[in-house]
Design a protein around this ligand. Structure first.
Ligand SMILES: Cc1cc2nc3c(=O)[nH]c(=O)nc-3n(C[C@H](O)[C@H](O)[C@H](O)COP(=O)(O)OP(=O)(O)OC[C@H]3O[C@@H](n4cnc5c(N)ncnc54)[C@H](O)[C@@H]3O)c2cc1C
Length: 398
């Protein structure tokens, strides 16, 4: 029997990366292997989010790493994607943390915040001293943010926010929440003259802000998502993000996070494929390794194709992003494809592992369960199909 090379060696993907990109990837792979993997099965089982890793991720430069200034690393889009891939190869929960902190909360402040807001929040968030969350989804349906019912009412020299949000990552641990609300400013005194979606930076210690972790999750168990209640939350004018007007504000951030998922889901897929290969060469049935059967090899080959195609697609999108040319429809291609194929790979790997595949002796069921969340957040499959359908036909079918 010849020794099986690692997946990376088969394709020589490294040759397409710069030295700097490989360094970021290696840093994330080392963190994933040395810090996350030894504890992740237990954390998933115990529903435990390891807060102490936040500071370590900050020290490594991963938080808001694609942003420039304010203590952020200013790395390229491909470097950021590779970090997402390596973290999600350990667990989607930790890539999700980096996405929520860096691509959603920090991006919102970086893109739309005043200088004062950026200086107040971004350096601490990049360092992992402060945690942010991004509160867009509401209990009555996340796919249509235009239907949000949370309001910010003009009151004296500030705003009063009322409403509810659901599924908000990290909200119970966060120091600041980026809350999206419809402003109610009929007099136009603040320049709105009606209602429009605006973003508010709400310190989570503000009276009336309550975040309650959602229990009973069978997915993303090593991370935290919450219900938020906003009950007469009073903030000043300095809380409003001056650069975000309308839904293009939150969508600008969602596109950043969706881009990270294109890479991240392929990390989970790679781990599932590695588990299937390992089992194929070690498990003997009918007097030979199961991987010596053509039917098993056909499955491994097909899984390998999709991992490599997915990573190449992610790299293409990353290079477009670095040139400032990446479009929302292209991001939808990547998000839809990566998560769909990663889930299919996780399911096929589980079948190859058979009985033992349903236990936590292997990471595959955990990845499969996590990927169900990844499939739903940042736009469900159907939402991305509708975006692509509109792109192809010019007809809006939402
Ligand atoms: C683990 C996790 C973390 C999350 N983190 C955050 C976060 O940090 N911040 C945040 O704001 N949100 C977050 N979310 C929320 C997430 O973005 C929403 O769950 C998602 O947008 C879907 O909303 P929903 O669950 O309310 O489903 P719904 O919107 O109720 O959709 C139900 C189903 O209907 C389908 N559907 C809806 N409209 C159409 C249509 N026009 N045509 C065809 N099908 C349609 C959907 O695809 C879906 O299958 C998170 C969710 C999860 C599970």
């Amino acid at each position: 029997m010849t020794t099986a090379p690692s997946i990376d060696q088969v394709f020589d993907f490294d040759a397409l990366l710069s030295e700097e990109e490989r360094t970021w990837q290696q840093k994330a792979r080392t963190f994933a292997q040395e810090r996350l993997l030894p504890v992740i099965e237990e954390d998933f089982e115990q529903k435990h989010f390891r807060r102490e890793f936040v500071k370590e991720l900050g020290d490594l430069g991963f938080l808001g790493m694609h942003l420039k200034g304010y203590g952020c690393a200013g790395a390229g889009a491909v470097s950021y994607g590779l970090v997402c891939l390596e973290l999600e190869a350990a667990d989607s929960g930790w890539r999700t943390f980096v996405s929520v902190q860096g691509s959603l909360a920090m991006s919102a402040i970086h893109k739309y915040g005043s200088e004062e807001q950026k200086n107040r929040w971004l350096p601490g968030m990049a360092a992992g001293d402060l945690v942010g969350c991004f509160a867009l989804t509401e209990p009555q349906g996340g796919s249509d943010p235009a239907g949000m019912t949370t309001t910010a009412r003009r009151d004296g020299d500030g705003w009063v926010i009322d409403g509810a949000k659901r599924w908000i990552g990290l909200a119970s641990l966060a120091d600041v929440a980026v809350v999206w609300a419809k402003v109610d400013d009929p007099s136009g005194a603040f320049g709105e003259g009606g209602s429009a979606v605006r973003g508010f930076l709400v310190p989570t210690s503000t009276p009336g802000f309550t975040a309650t972790p959602i229990d009973g999750k069978l997915s993303m168990r090593a991370s935290v998502q919450c219900d938020i209640e906003l009950d007469g939350v009073r903030v000043g004018d300095d809380a409003i993000l001056p650069g975000a007007r309308g839904l293009s504000g939150p969508f600008g951030c969602l596109n950043e996070a969706r881009y990270g998922i294109v890479w991240g889901a392929m990390g989970a897929a790679r781990s599932c494929l590695e588990a299937a290969i390992s089992r194929s060469t070690s498990r003997e049935v009918f007097g030979k390794p199961i991987g010596a059967n053509q039917l098993i090899q056909a499955k491994l080959a097909d899984m390998f194709l999709e991992v490599e195609k997915g990573i190449l697609l992610a790299l293409h999108l990353g290079r477009l992003k670095e040139r400032g040319a990446l479009t929302p429809a292209q991001i939808s291609v990547g998000k839809l494809n990566s998560v769909r194929e990663a889930l299919a790979i996780a399911h096929e790997a589980r079948a190859i592992l058979a009985g033992d595949g349903i236990t936590n002796a292997w990471p595959v069921m955990r990845h499969a369960a996590n990927l169900e969340s990844v499939r739903t957040y940042e736009g469900t499959d159907e939402i991305h199909q509708l975006i692509l359908g509109r792109e192809l036909t010019g007809l809006n079918a939402f």
